[in-house]
Design a protein around this ligand. Structure first.
Ligand SMILES: CC(C)(COP(=O)(O)OP(=O)(O)OC[C@H]1O[C@@H](n2cnc3c(N)ncnc32)[C@H](O)[C@@H]1OP(=O)(O)O)[C@@H](O)C(=O)NCCC(=O)NCCS
Length: 422
C-alpha cells in the first residue's frame, strides 16, 4: 500500500519550491489536488521546448497530482476553496508575502474552518523579521542563506550551485515538517502552521560553513587549500576542497574535457595503498614512506604537492578508468557526471532515477525518479495533469457537487480568468 494513501492535500503551490514538496508526497501516495488560478501555474508556459505543451519545468515538478482551476477572486471560487479545506488533511502554499491575507484566508481563519488541517507555507524569508515582506527565487535564497559567499574560488565571484538548494531544498524541509505535523494532528485532532523560509533552509544546508565560521575565531582551517587565519571573519570560498575532516579535490583526467574530472577523497585509511599505486606509476617507490605525506597533518600542510602527484596519475586515465583503479584501492571517489553521462548511466536506470513518461501534449519525456525508496511502498510515477484536467472530477467526487451546482458556479466565474490587477 502507498504510505500516504488516504491523505488528501490541497496544493496551492506554484513554481518550484512548493511543487517539489507536493510531488514527493504524491509519490508517497497522497491525493494531491493542485489548486491553480484559471491561467495556471506560471511554469506551465515558461521555458517551453515544445509549442503549446506544458513545459518540462511544470511537468517535472507536478507528477501524480490532479489539477483543478479556481478563481479565488470570486465569492464562488472562495466557497469551493472553503469546501476543499474541509475535505483535506493538508493545505500548502508558497505565494508571495500577503497573498493569502488578500484572499481573506490567513492561517487563523483556515484553522477555524478546519481545526484538523495542517498548513504548509514557504516564504523567501518567513513571516517575521525585517525581510518578511520580500519575494524570493532560488538564487536570491542561495545569496542570502550563505551558499553563494562560500561557493567558488576566493579570487573569483560568488557562484550559485547547479543543485536547487533554495527551491527544492526548501520543499524537502517542508515535507518533513508537514509529515511531523500530520502525525501530531492524527493524535490530537489539531493541525498547525508549518513554515519554512528559503533562506533558513539554505542556512541549514550550509551547516559546515557555520562550523568553519566559528573555528576561525580560534585559528586557521588547516584542511582548506586557500589561506585562512584566526580572526578572518567570514568563511572563505574554497574551490573544491572537501569541507570535511578528510582532504578532497577534483582532479582533471584524460582526455581533459570540461567534465573529465574525478573527485577524490584521500581518506586517512587509504593513503598507504594510494601512495604505493602513485609511487609505482610515477617511479617514486618511497612515496608511501615519505614523511612529507606520512600523516594527515603533513598531507594538509603539503596538499598542493599531493594533489599535483595525484593529478599526474589522473592524466594517464579517463575518469571511469581511474574510478575503477581507485575503487579497487577502496579510495572514496566519484567521476564528475554530466547530465549526458547520468542520462545513459546503467546504475541510474537500474534504480529508476530517470523514468520515461508519456504526455498528451508533448509525447515521451523523462523525469528524475523518486529518490526516497520505501521497501513496501514503491513510487508509481504518473504524468503531470493538464490545466484543470480534474476540475469537474474533484467537484463531484471530493465535494459531492451535482451538475446544477457546477453549472451555476461556472456561470458565476468560479473557474475563469480573473480581471487584471488595476
Ligand atoms: C515565487 C514568487 C516570487 C512569484 O511571485 P508572483 O509571480 O508575483 O506571485 P505571487 O505569489 O506574489 O502572487 C500570485 C498572484 O496570483 C494570484 N492568484 C494565485 N492563485 C490564484 C487563484 N486561484 N485565483 C485567483 N488569483 C490567484 C494571487 O492572488 C496573487 O495576485 P495578487 O498579487 O493580486 O494578490 C512569490 O510567489 C514568492 O516570493 N513566493 C514565496 C517564495 C517562493 O516560494 N519562491 C520560490 C519559487 S520557486
Amino acid at each position: 500500500m502507498e504510505a500516504l494513501k488516504g491523505v488528501r492535500i490541497l496544493d496551492m503551490t506554484h513554481v518550484q519550491a512548493g511543487p517539489t514538496c507536493s510531488q514527493l508526497l504524491a509519490w508517497m501516495g497522497a491525493d494531491v489536488i493542485k489548486f491553480e488560478p484559471p491561467q495556471g501555474d506560471a511554469t506551465r508556459g515558461q521555458l517551453r521546448d515544445v509549442p503549446n505543451a506544458d513545459s518540462l519545468y511544470f511537468t517535472m515538478l507536478n507528477c501524480n497530482k490532479r489539477s483543478i482551476t479556481v478563481n479565488m477572486k470570486t465569492a464562488e471560487g472562495k466557497q469551493v476553496f472553503v469546501d476543499l479545506l474541509k475535505s483535506c488533511d493538508i493545505v500548502m502554499e508558497n505565494f508571495g508575502p500577503g497573498v493569502l491575507d488578500r484572499f481573506g484566508f490567513p492561517w487563523e481563519k483556515i484553522h477555524a474552518i478546519n481545526p484538523r488541517i495542517v498548513m504548509g507555507s514557504i516564504k523567501g524569508f518567513g513571516s517575521s523579521g525585517p525581510y518578511a515582506d520580500f519575494k524570493a527565487y532560488e538564487n536570491v535564497a542561495q545569496a542570502m542563506g550563505g551558499a553563494m559567499s562560500t561557493t567558488g574560488v576566493p579570487e573569483g565571484p560568488p557562484y550559485v550551485t547547479g543543485a536547487q538548494i533554495g527551491d527544492s531544498g526548501t520543499g524537502l524541509h517542508l515535507a518533513i515538517g508537514l509529515l511531523a505535523a500530520l502525525r501530531q494532528a492524527e493524535r490530537t485532532g489539531l493541525g498547525q502552521y508549518v513554515e519554512v523560509a528559503m533562506m533558513d533552509g539554505v542556512m541549514n544546508l550550509c551547516r559546515v560553513k557555520w562550523r568553519d565560521h566559528q573555528r576561525l575565531w580560534h585559528g586557521g582551517l588547516s584542511e582548506y587549500s586557500v589561506p585562512t587565519h584566526k580572526g578572518m571573519g567570514a568563511a572563505p570560498r574554497a574551490g573544491n576542497d572537501s569541507g570535511g575532516g578528510q582532504l578532497g579535490n577534483a582532479i582533471h583526467c584524460k582526455p581533459g574535457g570540461p567534465n573529465d574530472y574525478i573527485y577524490v577523497v584521500v581518506q586517512e585509511a587509504v593513503w598507504d595503498a594510494l601512495a604505493k599505486r602513485i609511487g609505482a606509476e610515477l617511479d617514486m617507490p618511497d612515496l608511501a614512506t615519505d614523511p612529507k605525506f606520512a600523516t594527515i597533518g603533513e598531507r594538509r600542510n603539503n596538499q598542493a604537492q599531493m594533489w599535483q602527484l595525484i593529478g599526474e596519475l589522473a592524466l594517464k586515465y579517463s575518469k571511469r578508468e581511474l574510478m575503477q583503479i581507485l575503487n579497487e584501492l577502496d579510495v572514496p571517489c566519484g567521476p564528475i557526471m554530466s547530465t549526458e553521462d547520468l542520462f545513459n548511466d546503467a546504475h541510474v536506470k537500474l534504480r529508476d532515477m530517470m523514468v520515461e513518461l508519456d504526455h498528451p501534449q508533448r509525447g515521451r519525456w523523462h523525469n528524475v525518479g523518486m529518490p526516497i525508496k520505501l521497501s513496501a511502498s514503491a513510487a508509481k510515477i504518473e504524468r503531470s495533469p493538464l490545466l484543470g484536467e480534474h476540475t469537474e472530477e474533484v467537484l463531484r467526487q471530493v465535494l459531492g457537487y451535482d451538475d446544477a451546482r457546477i453549472a451555476s458556479l461556472k456561470s458565476a466565474g468560479a473557474f475563469s480568468v480573473p480581471p487584471r490587477k488595476a
